[in-house]
Write a protein that binds this ligand. Structure first.
Ligand code: GLN
Length: 199
């Protein structure tokens, strides 16, 4: 199985290490040509969403990736990645892929003191470790969005069709169950071709 990992900025290597330990081949996506490669899943890592959004456009990756996600490519997005997927941001006029019908608040726990660790229930996996770094949370969800996890009443994990969105960083802990859950959602054999010409 081959999974594309957006590798323009942020915590992408940590995702690759976990995926590789689970027997997955990772393809780092750094430009428009990479974005058009055939992959069976996609990781949008944490980092800084404004920078990632800007680089996605400058590197001609935005449209091919948006198109693939909209066509059903399985995607797991963590932290800044969740911001990229969100249909709406409550405290920022920016909008990126906008394929996930949720409203997300950026830096929802405060900018400086917003980093913490906890363990909470995640779907039917039981309690999982959760590391938050200047994290967003999900203020509201649209129809069809399944809530997978909450911390202190705030939504921090959701699934909608092919998309999993997380406020926290599962790649920063040893626990690999969330990555495995994502891999289990990949049916395989399906391809998501680029309709645009690779640049
Ligand atoms: N605060 C960052 C943003 O708004 C996200 C933080 C993260 O990915 N750890 O882009």
């Amino acid at each position: 199985m081959r999974v594309g990992v957006l590798a323009v900025q942020g915590a992408f290597i940590e995702h690759e290490k976990i995926l590789e330990s689970l027997g997955v081949e990772c393809l780092e996506l750094r430009n428009g040509k990479d974005a058009c490669q055939d992959v069976e899943g996609l990781i949008l890592p944490g980092g800084e969403s404004t920078t990632q959004g800007k680089l996605l456009r400058e590197l001609d990756m935005f449209e091919p990736l948006r198109e693939k996600i909209a066509a059903g490519l399985p995607v797991m997005a963590t932290c800044a990645g969740l911001i990229l997927l969100a249909e709406k941001l409550s405290n920022d006029p920016a909008r990126y892929f906008a394929t996930l019908p949720v409203t997300v608040k950026r830096n929802a726990y405060g900018r400086q003191l917003g980093s913490f660790y906890t363990e909470e229930q995640f779907g039917d996996l039981g309690k999982v470790p959760m590391t938050f770094i200047r994290a967003p949370y999900i203020e509201s969800v649209g129809e069809g969005v399944e809530i997978l996890a909450k911390v202190n009443g705030d939504i921090v994990g959701v699934r909608y069709r092919n998309q999993i969105g997380l406020s926290f960083h599962p790649e920063l802990n040893e626990d690999r169950r969330i990555h495995q859950l994502f891999l289990d959602s990949i049916s395989g054999g399906k391809s998501f071709p680029c309709t645009q010409k690779a640049v």
